[in-house]
Write a protein that binds this ligand. Structure first.
Ligand SMILES: NC(=O)C1=CN([C@@H]2O[C@H](COP(=O)(O)OP(=O)(O)OC[C@H]3O[C@@H](n4cnc5c(N)ncnc54)[C@H](O)[C@@H]3O)[C@@H](O)[C@H]2O)C=CC1
Ligand SMILES: O=C(O)[C@@H]1CCC=N1
Length: 281
C-alpha cells in the first residue's frame, strides 16, 4: 500500500494513525487525513504523527489505495455525498462506522465498491485493539490480506459475518469504556476508604493487568478464577454479595445488549432500509 486516506480525523482515526505509524507499516507521510473543518486539529495530527493533511479532495484521493471512513454515522450521508465522485473501483473502502451496513455505503456511493467494515476500539492507539472485520464480495484476496495486515498493526484481528458486527460493537467496540467505568468506580471507592489516589491507581491498574493476564494464560473459566479469589466468609464474598444484590452482572448484560441495539439504530442514519444486516436464517 502506498497511500491510506482517513476521511474524519477524530479519536478513532487518531488511535489508528498512531498504531499504524508506530508499527512502521506505512511511513507517516503516506497516511493522509481530512476532517470537516478543524484545521488546527489536522495541524496537530501532522506534527504528532508526520502525516499529510488537506481539504483538497482531488489531492486527497489521488492514487489512494484505501480510504478509511472515520466520521460519525450521523455525518456519513453528507460525507459520502462529498466524496462519492472520488471513490473508484480499485480503491478499498474501510468503514469503521458503528452500525452502517456495507450495502448502505455502496448505495450512498452509487457504485459497487470493495468495502471492508471494521470495528476496532480505541486501544488501537497502543497496538491493543480488538478488531472484527467483514468484507463484501468485491474485496479481492490481496485487499483482504492488506486490510488484515493493516489492522494487525493495531492489535488483534478477527473476521466475522457482517450481521455480527453490531454485537461486536456493543461488546468490544464500546468495551474499553465499560472497563474505564469500572476503574472510575474503583478509584471513587479508594478515595472513600482512605487510599491515596496515586497508590490506588497503581494497585487498580496492576490488578486489571494481572486479571487480564490470568484470563489469557490460564485455561480456567472466569467464574472459576473468581471462585478462587473468594474465600468462604471472606472479603470478596461480602463484596460480590453487594454486586449481586444490585444486579450488577445483569446490568452489564443489559448494557451490552443496549449498545448492540444502538449500533443497529445508528446504521439507520445512512440509508434506513439498507442498514439493518439481518442474521441469515
Ligand atoms: N471512538 C471509538 O471508540 C470508536 C469509534 N468508532 C467509529 O468511528 C467513527 C468516528 O468516531 P470518533 O473518532 O469517536 O468520532 P469523532 O467525533 O472524534 O471524529 C469524527 C471526525 O469526522 C469528521 N467529519 C465529520 N463530517 C465529515 C465530513 N463530511 N468530511 C470529513 N470529515 C468529517 C470530524 O471533523 C471529525 O474529525 C464513528 O463512526 C464511530 O462509530 C468505531 C470504533 C470505536
Ligand atoms: O460509541 C460509539 O458509538 C462508538 C462505536 C464503538 C465505540 N464508540
Amino acid at each position: 500500500m502506498k497511500k491510506l486516506v482517513f476521511v474524519g480525523a477524530g479519536s478513532m482515526a487518531e488511535a489508528m494513525i498512531s498504531g499504524i505509524g508506530a508499527s512502521g507499516l506505512l511511513p507517516g507521510k503516506q497516511i493522509w487525513a481530512t476532517n470537516k473543518q478543524d484545521a488546527d486539529r489536522l495541524r496537530i495530527l501532522e506534527q504528532r504523527f508526520g502525516i499529510t493533511t488537506t481539504y483538497d479532495l482531488g489531492q486527497l484521493f489521488e492514487n489512494a489505495d484505501a480510504i478509511v471512513l472515520a466520521m460519525k454515522p450521523k455525518d456519513a450521508a453528507i460525507a459520502m455525498e462529498e466524496i462519492k465522485h472520488y471513490l473508484t473501483e480499485g480503491m478499498l473502502v474501510i468503514s469503521v462506522l458503528a452500525g452502517v451496513a456495507i450495502e448502505a455505503i455502496e448505495a450512498a456511493a452509487e457504485k459497487s465498491l470493495a468495502v471492508t467494515r471494521a470495528m476496532p476500539n480505541t486501544s488501537a492507539a497502543i497496538g491493543k485493539s480488538a478488531t472484527a472485520l467483514a468484507v463484501n464480495s468485491h474485496v479481492s484476496d490481496a485487499q483482504r490480506k492488506l486490510v488484515q495486515e493493516l489492522f494487525n498493526t493495531i492489535g488483534l484481528t478477527t473476521f466475522v459475518e457482517e450481521y455480527q458486527l453490531d454485537a461486536v460493537t456493543g461488546l468490544s467496540g464500546s468495551g474499553p469504556a465499560y472497563i474505564y467505568y469500572l476503574v472510575e468506580a474503583m478509584e471513587k471507592s479508594a478515595a472513600e476508604i482512605g487510599l491515596e489516589k496515586q497508590t490506588a491507581k497503581q494497585l487498580i491498574i496492576q490488578t486489571l493487568l494481572g486479571a487480564a493476564e490470568m484470563l489469557t494464560q490460564s485455561d480456567k473459566e472466569p467464574a472459576q478464577l473468581r471462585f478462587e479469589v473468594t474465600s468462604p466468609g471472606g472479603t470478596t464474598e461480602a463484596g460480590i454479595k453487594v454486586l449481586e444484590q444490585n444486579g450488577v452482572q445483569s446490568a452489564f448484560v443489559s448494557c451490552i445488549k443496549e449498545a448492540t441495539a444502538q449500533s443497529k439504530k445508528l446504521g439507520a442514519l445512512l440509508g434506513n432500509e439498507l442498514s439493518a444486516v439481518k442474521r441469515p436464517l
